[in-house]
Design a protein around this ligand. Structure first.
Ligand SMILES: Nc1ncnc2c1ncn2[C@@H]1O[C@H](COP(=O)(O)OP(=O)(O)O)[C@@H](O)[C@H]1O
Ligand SMILES: [Mg+2]
Ligand SMILES: [Zn+2]
Length: 266
């Protein structure tokens, strides 16, 4: 894909587990480590990245030539989302093929500027968008987000199986909302259970990339457009995102090194 070195999908089977929150913080963590990063919001019905990146309503991408758009820029990250192109207050009543068409346009018509990583914030499920992505562009790997809850794990399994079927390597699991940390008294409670990420990582012979608590500040800061990684760079949460970023970068570069090499002779 033009202007993009590595494409990484952030996915899950289930909605509401924190894909968008993980995507934006992972993007900012990679950026803090010196990579050039873009975020493509593939959630056509429920785009989140405009709000999480603090892009003002009504800000529109500039045209790049005849049939392309420049991404918007926020916190040093390039971003493209349906929310930049339509009025997000009106509900979108679209049939499946229109949604896929819109996604393909975002994918094909964004003029990314020399990215090391393009993170794709996926919608929930294992449907058309997921298939379109894996068929249309070379995806280096997928990060699977899940809560430790059984119902989310069930859906995460489907997500992993799907990526395997289309030969996209699963880079690892991010266990989100692992445990609740009370900001008043410091007590911890495993609201969505424990150990789920580990179990599923073992089952599919992949790794837990990181474990994030259920925390008020993660939600508030993402909602405010200034996610944890830039608002509290030294917090344990941001350090965890930093570690996840390092693992993702090394997995993807490692995979690239094992790939075929081309040499030229006279
Ligand atoms: N670790 C967390 N702690 C607290 N709230 C979270 C956490 N992760 C996500 N959230 C909140 O949960 C909701 C769903 O997260 P989101 O990232 O939009 O999920 P998805 O993209 O998977 O649907 C959002 O309101 C978000 O702010
Ligand atoms: Mg989302
Ligand atoms: Zn308490």
């Amino acid at each position: 894909m033009e202007g993009v070195k590595h494409i990484v999908a952030v996915a899950s089977g289930k909605g509401g587990v924190g894909k968008s929150t993980v995507t934006v913080n992972l993007a900012l963590a990679l950026s803090a480590q010196g990579y050039r990063v873009g975020v493509l919001d593939a959630d056509i019905y429920g785009p989140s990245q405009a709000q999480m990146l603090g892009v003002k309503e009504g800000e529109r991408p500039q045209a790049a030539g005849e049939d392309k758009f420049f991404p918007l820029e926020a916190h040093g990250i390039q971003a493209m989302s349906m929310a930049f192109l339509v009025n997000t207050r009106e509900p979108m009543v679209w049939r499946g093929p229109m949604v896929v068409g819109a996604f393909q346009q975002l994918l094909n018509q964004t003029q990314w500027d020399n990215l090391d990583f393009l993170l794709i914030d996926m919608p929930p499920g294992t449907g058309d968008i997921q298939l379109t992505l894996s068929q249309r562009v070379p995806v280096s790997g997928a990060v699977i987000v899940t809560t430790p809850q059984d119902i989310a794990l069930l859906d995460a399994r489907k997500g992993i199986e799907m990526f395997r079927k289309v030969n996209v390597p699963v880079l690892g699991i991010v266990e989100n909302m692992s445990t609740y940390h009370c900001e008043n008294c410091g007590h911890e409670a495993p609201i969505f259970g424990t150990g789920g990420g580990e179990r599923i990582a073992d089952e599919y012979e992949t790794q837990v990339l990181g474990r994030l608590p259920l925390s008020l500040s993660i939600r508030e800061l993402a909602d405010s457009g200034n996610p944890s990684v830039i608002s509290e760079p030294d917090s344990p949460v941001s350090q965890t995102f930093g570690e996840i970023a390092k693992r993702v970068a090394s997995e993807v570069d490692g995979a690239a090194e094992q790939g075929p090499t081309i040499s030229f002779s006279e």
